[in-house]
Each structure stands twice: as structure tokens, then as C-alpha cells.
Design a protein around this ligand. Structure first.
Ligand code: ATP
Ligand code: LTN
Length: 337
């Protein structure tokens, strides 16, 4: 029986992160850490969503640097390019090609309901571009090109996954089973790490620097940021996200990196002050990130290796994406020679 199981075809997993800034602890515990936990069980594609990053203004040099840095970080976290497909979205043209088709199967009404669009429009009122509006369609194309079964993401992406499922279902309803309908993989306690300066908002790499811990922050910077993290005034260490968002956020981070639960950490620290909670969290984060940072520093120096990973990744991704796109073109009646 066990042997039979081993021969069962692995399912497909796809996820991506935008190279829109320094990768944060939120990205790590909400997404990247799950990539590492899941990558052995699935056929995985891990993508650098550089086209999505363009929905906010990016400095060209910084975008290039952040893209190479994110690849090095994927590798430093333990994703093996021999076993997984690691690549840049802009290197595989099928993403934008399928996105156009899917645009024609997506309603303005459903896109206007997206909270990320509303949030980002508010934050960047001077640049409410069409790409920001159709962002979820490109994301659906990313996922659907690879007949993806599982998509590990943070809770903020749940709505985008729903619209992806709706678009795929709509398309399949008209043309037959073209796309696999994907499922989200969202951890319960770490799906939404909050900002250190405003624990009612999500930690985000495009916000002010003191609001997030970056995976590549030095230990003294990490300590300082946690020391300054907003808590509350009643001095009780208890996991209660509704009423104690700051303290609960620290407990979520602490337990995520230690592999425990926030409740267990609250119990272990009961009776102590917030200073102890902050120090314990900072130390546990430093212990987790240090080996990743050391591997990262080695990898980022080796541009040739990074470029090779990207080239091979793009070739492998293209071979799969091309098949799906051809099928889509055929089904919808685009004349093919
Ligand atoms: P930006 O601020 O540029 O929009 P971001 O920090 O939200 O970026 P993304 O690239 O949009 O990061 O997200 C990459 C992955 O990290 C996604 O799966 C997303 O759900 C997850 N993620 C982002 N922020 C958090 C967070 N605060 N807590 C948990 N997961 C998160
Ligand atoms: N929109 C995602 C990044 C992203 C993504 C994807 C995640 C782009 N394409 C496909 C999962 C699957 C975000 O985290 N903001």
C-alpha cells in the first residue's frame, strides 16, 4: 500500500512574492516558510512577481536588485532549484498573454470589490492605474497556467484566490475542463502578521521601515524594532487578537518561528512584562533568520548561479505554460496554424 502511494503523481503548487521592497517577516511566516514546509510534497513553482510589482511605481535599479535578492532568498530558505521551478514572471510571456484572455472573462464589478485595490488606491491616490485594478487577473493567470492545485499565501490574498477560482470555473463552464481549480493554503495563526507600529494593520514591505522586520535585518536592528513595537497599557501577556492586537502579534511571531502555539508562549511568559516578550520574540526571530542570512550572503555574491537558476526556471515554466495557453487559444477559437 505504501509503495502504491509513492507512485501517485504529485500535485502542483504555485506561489509568488512581489519584489517590491525588502521581504518582511510577514512574508516569511505567512508565505515563504510554508513554501519550504510544502515543497517536498508537491511539484512546485516559486515565482518572483515582478510584473505585479509594477502596479506601484518602482525605481528601476531597486526593482532589479530586489528581484535578484528575492531569488537568493528563495534559495537561502532551502528551496532547491533542481526540484522546484524558481523563476521571474516577466521571463515567461504566457503570464501576460493568458492575463489578457482572462481579462475578457472577468467583470468590472468583481474587481471593484477587491479590498487590496481599495486599500492601495487609497494609499496611492496619485497612481490608481489600470494594472492595480486588474492585478487579480494577472495573478489568476499565474496560477491557472500551471494547473495548480495548491497556492500557499497569507490571508490578504484570500479574496484574490476566490476570484481566480471564479474565473477558472466560469471559463471551464463554457469551454470544458481547461483549468484545475486551485485551493488556497493559509495557516491559521500566521496568515496575517501585523505592523509593529500599528498592530491593526497588516505588516507590509511597502510601508515605513520601522513598521516591519525585514528577513535581512541585522540582529541589533531586529532587537530595536521589537523594543519599539506597539503593545498596550494593561501589561498582561495574553493571546487575544481582538482586544490585544500588539501583544497577540508578538505571540504569533514568536510561536511561528519556534513552531509552538501563541497560547503556549503566552503561558510560558505569564506574569512577566512586555519587555520579556519583546526580547524573547527578537531572540527567536534572530535565531531563525541568522542561518538564512548567512546562506543569503553567499548566494547573492554568485550572480552567475542566480542567472542560471533563472534561465533554467524560465525554460521549465515556459514549457508547461505554453501547453496551457495553446489549449486556451484553441478552445476559445483563436485561429491557429
Ligand atoms: P506590498 O506591501 O508590496 O504589497 P506585501 O508585503 O503585502 O507587499 P506580497 O508580495 O504582496 O507582500 O506578498 C507575498 C506573500 O506574503 C503573499 O502570500 C502574502 O499573502 C504574504 N504576506 C504579505 N504580508 C503578510 C503579512 N503581514 N502576514 C502574513 N502574510 C503576508
Ligand atoms: N499577489 C500576491 C503575489 C502573487 C501571487 C501570485 C501569489 C502574484 N501572483 C500567484 C500566489 C499565486 C501577493 O502576495 N500580493
Amino acid at each position: 500500500m505504501e509503495q502504491a502511494n509513492e507512485t501517485v503523481q504529485k500535485k502542483n503548487l504555485f506561489s509568488a512574492i512581489q519584489p517590491s521592497g525588502s521581504i518582511t517577516l510577514g512574508n516569511y511566516v505567512g508565505a515563504l516558510r510554508n513554501f519550504v514546509l510544502l515543497h517536498e510534497q508537491y511539484n512546485c513553482l516559486f515565482c518572483v512577481a515582478d510584473l505585479h510589482a509594477l502596479t506601484l511605481r518602482q525605481d528601476p535599479a531597486a526593482l532589479r536588485r530586489n528581484s535578484a535578492s528575492l531569488i537568493a532568498l528563495y534559495l537561502a530558505c532551502g528551496l532547491d532549484p533542481e526540484k522546484n521551478i524558481i523563476y521571474c514572471q516577466s521571463h515567461v510571456p504566457e503570464h501576460t498573454e493568458l492575463a489578457w484572455i482572462l481579462n475578457c472573462f472577468t467583470y468590472m464589478g468583481e474587481l471593484s470589490r477587491m479590498t487590496q485595490f481599495k486599500d492601495k488606491s487609497q494609499k496611492h491616490a496619485d497612481n490608481i492605474n489600470a494594472g492595480l485594478f486588474t492585478y487579480p487577473v494577472l495573478m489568476a493567470a499565474d496560477i491557472l497556467l500551471y494547473q495548480t492545485h495548491v497556492v500557499p499565501v497569507g490571508a490578504d490574498q484570500k479574496q484574490h484566490l476566490e476570484i481566480c477560482r471564479d474565473i477558472a470555473g466560469r471559463f471551464n463552464g463554457i469551454y470544458g475542463d481547461v483549468f484545475t481549480i486551485p485551493e488556497g493554503y493559509i495557516s491559521k495563526t500566521t496568515a496575517r502578521i501585523m505592523s509593529l507600529t500599528d498592530p491593526t494593520r497588516k505588516m507590509s514591505k511597502s510601508d515605513a521601515e520601522d513598521s516591519y522586520v525585514a528577513i535581512l535585518d541585522a540582529p541589533d536592528v531586529i532587537r530595536r524594532k521589537f523594543k519599539r513595537a506597539v503593545t498596550d497599557s494593561d501589561a498582561e501577556i495574553r493571546y487575544d487578537p481582538e482586544n490585544k492586537p500588539g501583544v497577540s502579534n508578538l505571540l504569533s511571531i514568536l510561536s511561528a518561528v519556534k513552531g509552538t502555539t501563541p497560547q503556549e508562549e503566552a503561558q510560558a511568559l505569564a506574569g512577566q512584562g512586555y519587555g520579556a516578550l519583546k526580547e524573547a520574540t527578537a531572540q527567536a526571530v534572530i535565531d531563525t533568520l541568522s542561518p538564512i542570512q548567512a546562506r543569503y550572503q553567499e548566494l547573492i555574491k554568485d550572480k552567475e548561479y542566480i542567472n542560471r537558476v533563472l534561465q533554467e526556471g524560465a525554460e521549465k515554466a515556459h514549457a508547461i505554460a505554453f501547453r496551457t495557453l495553446r489549449k486556451v487559444y484553441k478552445k476559445i477559437g483563436l485561429y491557429q496554424v
